[in-house]
Design a protein around this ligand. Sequence first.
Ligand SMILES: Nc1nc2c(ncn2[C@@H]2O[C@H](COP(=O)(O)OP(=O)(O)OP(=O)(O)O)[C@@H](O)[C@H]2O)c(=O)[nH]1
Ligand SMILES: [Mg+2]
Length: 615
Amino acid sequence: MVALLGNPNCGKTALFNRLTGSRQKVANYAGVTIERKEGQFTSPEGHPFRVLDLPGAYSLSAHTPDEAITRDVVAGLRAGDAAPDVVVCVVDATNLRLNLRLVLEIKRLGLPMLLCLNMVDVAKKRGIVIDATKLAQELGMAVVETVAVQSGGEKSLLRALDALWPISKTAPQPLAAIDAVSVEETQREVRRILAAVTSDPHGKEDRSEKIDHLVLHPVAGPVILALLMFLVFQAVFSWAEVPMDMIEGGVGHLGELVKEHMAEGVLRSLLVEGILGGVGSVLVFLPQILILFFFILVLEDCGYLPRAAFLLDRMMGGVGLSGRAFIPLLSSFACAVPGVMAARTIQNPRDRLVTIMIAPLMTCSARLPIYTLIIAAFIPERDVLGFMSLQGLVLFGLYFAGIISAMAVAWVMKRSFGSKRLQPLMLELPSYHWPHLQNLALGLWERARTFLMRVGTLILTLMILLWALSSFPGAPADAVHPPIYYSLAGMLGRGLEYIFAPIGFNWQICIALVPGMAAREVAVGALGTVYALSQTGDELAATLVPVIGGSWPLATALSLMAWYIFAPQCLSTLSVVKRETNSWRYPLLMAGYMFALAYGASFLTFRIATYFTGG
Ligand SMILES: Nc1nc2c(ncn2[C@@H]2O[C@H](COP(=O)(O)OP(=O)(O)OP(=O)(O)O)[C@@H](O)[C@H]2O)c(=O)[nH]1
Ligand SMILES: [Mg+2]
């Protein structure tokens, strides 16, 4: 077993992916990997290797939960995991000064070891010269140069691993032996080695500094950040229009085809109303999700994200959150599950807890379909001030409302959890680089795949289930309502209506809320099925937008949007919170406070909107 170890953001995962052909997440900021990941490969000489990718660590005296994973794995302290046979210590060649301390610490473990000077391409470009032979002598281990982002850039590492074969097992020294050496002593050693092997121990870089001068400027910085965010939401609406129309047209066409060629009956209803109506209405949101992720991936890969964290640190400090919370919160825009897990990189346990608790208030991508559906149905396609689309603006507002409420909740929680001390933000600012196209394409592909998998499995299953519940039992002979009204789902919806009528939800929406607990976007699919089945007579199953646009009052639409800003019911988030906090207390508290907020916000929205629209 080979373990890849090193400081955060030095390219361990990129190297792991290159060796094993896996597709673990690689991005240009510290703290991307937060779990141990295992893979395997066969070396050029045919030896089988197992390899571990680990979270980045600054030192073996772990300060955060993700660093602790790394420490425990290399020291062989993790249950069910033997200590690695070989440690490949990956270092960022442009930042040897910072990286060497960990190398020296790991060396004291006494395990067979290799040093991997990664990012030598960047180092060369910047004129940093490192004498690898000398470094190998100084450290007493083989040193290889790699470029983890180029195909073939891992060859030297493979050769070095083959040279170590066969590898015998060595037990690591106890960690106490490592802690015994003082930090000053280690630093002295680092300086001595640096002086011996490099011509330019500082490795200054001006391009990144120049960009930072503008991007981190106290006035220009926040303006740029705001503009960027704004651009993203505009793009989500305007760029997605054509592909969305195409998908919608395709699904509609398919429905027509089925109707033409199948006799009316249960199976046809399942296919058209259950599957195409439900799954199709979720599927159309693929383009918007991909556009949103295109931007997030580009920002991630070029190195802008930690700068944004830096800019927002003061704002977040105002509510008692550390800038460290930025990346977990940002990940939550994709889905709260990775967001909650990314909170492991936060040192202070209270900060970490507050970050976990507010992560689901960030608008996850599963909410995007609901928002855009309602916006498309109720917000006119108009320009504001000549250049902003009103729809994009409303979407921006909804995301913004999520952020503001998260900040408010954080403020309250910080107060009640009783933690006042604020940790200064210590964040490494990686150098900028152009996004790697391959990375980007892979990231988008992964996103599309996860989404389609979800649609094909979870959502499809729920849709079929919902269709069954909505179709049986059938309507009585003297029915005045569409058959779904008398079905099991109809009864459930009408039962829930007692609870939700005060906030303006009709029984159709109430039905959709239930499967929406498993996955929020299912609510949209469910509305698709419910309304397809609600139609009486021979009407064609029209697309959802005109149907709800014609049948809901505006106040209901606004109230539903407000509901989903908080949308308390996401089972996978609650279960990951249970896992990460190791108790039922916090997931229950989370569900409780979010339900209360959702109900309250919807109630207010509905009442105020009803008042103004004269309902
Ligand atoms: N130019 C260049 N870029 C690299 C190289 N290796 C990695 N990168 C980039 O460096 C960044 C960090 O890579 P990761 O593989 O995520 O780093 P990591 O060590 O796994 O980071 P953590 O998981 O946060 O500890 C990414 O943007 C990569 O594209 C390299 O050899 N050359
Ligand atoms: Mg990594």
